[in-house]
Design a protein around this ligand. Structure first.
Ligand code: FE
Length: 168
């Protein structure tokens, strides 16, 4: 499936995001969150074209709910917060907005726009908010039609390890 209004597929985007997390030596849980952060778009049958039509399908909530059962909060919470992290970064990083893709600027609007200073403070005080901010920065960079990444199988190893450790 195509990644929103970008020139890459959802799979390329997921693999690039996970590769950036791995290169940054993120934890296995955060690499997994990077891989799966947009799964809410894929499990939601009404996702296609929603942002362009001005509708926010809250893919971060759909995705986090889906992931929490299998992986717990270290994976699901950064996913849940990755949209709010964009609103946060717009508030605290003056250059951030200018680096957003056209599709991200469009979705920012339907997602509620930049946080004000109080909202930004409240956001970053939450558990997993810093992980979500890191994920967001990889997310924004993971839109390169030419990027080479490791395979899905490579990253599936992280998921299998997480579920193995989570099992009773
Ligand atoms: Fe994304």
């Amino acid at each position: 499936e195509r990644y929103g209004g970008e020139d890459i597929s959802q799979l390329q985007h997921a693999l690039q995001c996970a590769s950036l997390a791995e290169a940054a030596k993120a934890s296995p849980a955060l690499i997994s969150a990077a891989l799966l952060h947009d799964i809410g778009h894929l499990v939601d049958q009404h996702s296609e074209g929603a942002a362009a039509a001005g509708v926010d399908r809250v893919h971060e909530k759909i995705g986090a709910g889906y992931l929490d059962k299998a992986f717990g909060p270290a994976v699901s919470m950064p996913v849940l917060l990755h949209v709010a992290a964009k609103r946060y970064l717009c508030a605290v990083d003056a250059g951030y907005f200018d680096g957003l893709s056209a599709a991200s600027v469009l979705s920012l609007d339907v997602q509620g726009g930049p946080f004000n200073a109080d909202e930004a403070d409240a956001f970053i005080a939450q558990p997993y908010a810093k992980d979500a901010v890191n994920l967001r920065r990889w997310d924004d960079l993971a839109k390169d039609p030419e990027a080479k990444t490791a395979s899905l199988d490579h990253f599936m190893g992280y998921l299998e390890n997480l579920t193995a450790t989570a099992a009773p």
